[in-house]
Design a protein. Structure first.
Length: 635
């Protein structure tokens, strides 16, 4: 009846081995049907639990100690307050092998009496090997403590259980390591887990499931430490868990299940909360939440996904002290896909943007961020926002806002942000610039929207109290508007506007103040919106000092007198007399001018009898030679 140590040759190389000195060797068998009383400070030597009961009393004298214990089955309990049993060396929990009734049918650690609150600590100070059908069952206020630099090896598909739901028992990982090394199934911890002092949970095979949550200070989680775990998820979180200090999720895949929550909150001696998420993390299931409190930072360099009713939220924390951050931060340097919600501070008032606890988001260069729709059936509107809600969003990577289309139809995606900024930092990565893509049936509402670089494609709706495109490009077949409570126009500067998606119509619902803006218009026929690009402005449009590039494509050659109303401004067009017009075609020299409404009228067409390759060179010479036409007209 010896424990299996298939990894014994590798264990000395693991930094988590205990260095504590072992007491003198003796032997204490506890046979079935026997009750053995021990006093504090007793040294039991090789403790052998074989179905009987070990009762610890006189705890004030010190902890009871054992070395190389063999905990097959039986009961360890406290016969008085504050009892302690320290396990040194190699402890094995191989499973019940004698008898068939309590306590001979398993290995129990419990305080005195049925679910008593009398404390009892059993402390692993070496290495513990859980093998065969072995597991620990905790009762009362008993705690199993995996001490500093100690290791709890799980070599089966069992975890740690409790005697009943009334038990106040817990598993404490005090700076040690809990490692599932064998078994392709799930080791379930059906007790709260308390993680202290930079301890870790690590899976080599199968899954560790923390079934009742707990609190984790400076934890590290390895879901696939050796790179060969075939389980879909190496670590699963259930219940309510709180992360403080420096948390890390490494390797493999981790899962937060239905109606469970992980709260990242400042705490510990330095009041910090920073979670480095480097693995594949799935927030999957009805009302499963990642709660990022004020002052906390979730830094994702892996893959973070919320699905089927899961979300990242800015959790309500009550009043915040002056000078401290009022929001948490999600910093994405990998990939994110899912829902971000605000949690209401006071559900008794009608919802308002200022009534929600929010998070800020920073999407780094090369990172991808995709918003998904909020399902009204998944989140209580009395507690949470009914749309994606963020405080400020800084984008240097790629952001997508897209609906979900399935057999049930189209579910729109709406994102609200206090401030949304987009900037191109440094050279494009892999040829990609910073980008925002608002698809059809999707909407971004921003108090302030400002782009100084990158590409924005609006096929849905972009709304802002202040909308500025000061650099980069703007394209799409959607609508851009501003909150009518503000009088400022939609502003563009040194930006390229490319209406449509080759071709299409881009609508500015309001006034357009476009100073020094370049307009790229593709023309493949005579029908606006279907064969050539068009920009529609429902208010006034000022295009002073801009450039109009007209590209005749797809083999289309216009005729003399053809008219192209590339910009329609219902409130009036201003500044067209200062517009520089350039015409490009592979098949003809096209000359024309703008009329008083800004429409381009073809004056002459001279075919060019050159093959396309030769004309490409001629077209470049044409542009460099100043043959592009320009005309001043009265607005």
């Amino acid at each position: 009846m010896s424990p299996r140590y298939p990894l014994a040759a590798a264990l000395p190389a693991i930094a988590w081995l205990a260095a504590a000195p072992a007491p003198a060797v003796a032997q204490t068998p506890v046979a079935e049907g026997n009750i053995v009383f021990v006093r504090g400070a007793d040294g039991l030597g090789e403790l052998q639990m074989l179905g009987g009961t070990l009762a610890i009393r006189d705890a004030a004298l010190g902890p009871v100690t054992a070395t190389d214990a063999f905990l097959a089955n039986g009961l360890i309990n406290a016969a008085g307050a504050d009892a302690k049993l320290e396990l040194y060396g190699a402890t094995s929990v191989p499973g019940a092998t004698f008898g068939g009734t309590f306590p001979a049918n398993g290995m129990y650690i419990s305080a005195s009496g049925a679910e008593s609150s009398t404390p009892l600590d059993v402390i692993n100070k070496g290495q513990l090997y859980q093998t065969g059908n072995g597991k620990l069952t905790l009762g009362g206020a008993a705690r199993f403590i995996n001490d500093v630099s100690s290791t709890y090896y799980i070599q089966n598909d069992l975890g740690v259980d409790r005697t009943s739901d009334l038990a106040a028992a817990s598993f404490v990982n005090r700076g040690g390591a809990v490692i599932k090394v064998e078994g392709t199934g799930t080791a379930l911890f059906r007790v709260p887990v308390l993680q202290e002092q930079f301890g870790k949970f690590e899976t080599w095979q199968g899954t560790i499931q923390l079934g009742l949550g707990g609190s984790f200070a400076d934890p590290t989680f390895y879901a696939d430490a050796l790179g060969g775990n075939q389980s879909p998820y190496g670590i699963i979180f259930n219940g309510s868990s709180v992360f403080t200090g420096f948390a890390t999720t490494e390797t493999g895949s981790l899962l937060l299940k239905d109606r469970s929550r992980i709260t990242l909150a400042p705490g510990g001696p330095f009041g910090l909360a920073e979670w480095s998420q480097r693995a594949n993390f799935m927030v999957d299931g009805f009302q499963s939440l990642l709660d990022i409190r004020a002052g906390a930072v979730l830094y994702n360099t892996g893959s973070l996904v919320t699905d089927f009713g899961g979300a990242v939220i800015g959790g309500a924390t009550g009043p915040v002290s002056p000078g401290l951050p009022t929001r948490g931060l999600l910093r994405n340097d990998g990939s994110f896909g899912g829902v971000i919600l605000g949690e209401r501070l006071d559900p008794s008032f009608p919802p308002d943007f200022a009534d929600f606890r929010l998070i800020d988001v920073r999407n780094e260069r090369g990172a991808t961020f995709v918003f998904r729709p909020v399902s009204a059936a998944d989140f209580d509107p009395a507690r949470f926002s009914e749309t994606n809600l963020v405080g400020s969003f800084e984008n240097y990577g790629s952001v997508g806002i897209a609906p979900v289309i399935d057999v049930f139809g189209v579910t729109p995606t709406v994102v609200q942000a206090g401030v949304f900024t987009q900037e191109q930092r440094g050279a494009p990565i892999f040829g990609r610039t910073a980008g925002l893509f608002i698809e059809q049936d999707a909407e971004l509402r921003a108090g302030i929207f400002r782009q100084t670089g990158g590409d924005t494609v609006v096929n849905g709706l972009l709304t802002g109290g202040l909308v500025q495109f000061l650099g980069g490009t703007l394209s799409g077949s959607g609508t851009i508007t501003y909150d009518l409570a503000f009088t400022s126009a939609i502003e563009t500067g040194d930006v390229r506007i490319r209406p449509g998606n080759s071709p299409g119509i881009l609508t500015i619902d309001g006034n357009l103040q476009a100073l020094g803006t370049t307009f790229d218009i593709e023309i493949a026929g005579r029908d606006a919106g279907t064969l050539f690009d068009q920009l529609i402005v429902t208010g006034q449009a000022n295009i002073q000092g801009g450039i109009l590039n007209l590209y005749f494509i797809d083999g289309f050659v216009p005729g003399e007198g053809d008219l192209f109303d590339w910009l329609v401004a219902y409130g009036g067009l201003f500044g067209s007399e200062t517009l520089t017009v350039k015409v490009f075609s592979d098949l003809a020299l096209i000359d024309g001018s703008l009329d008083e409404f800004g429409r381009f009228i073809v004056a002459s067409v001279v075919p060019v009898p050159l093959p396309p390759a030769a004309w490409a060179l001629g077209s470049a010479v044409f542009a460099l030679g100043g043959l592009a036409r320009r005309r001043s007209t009265a607005a």
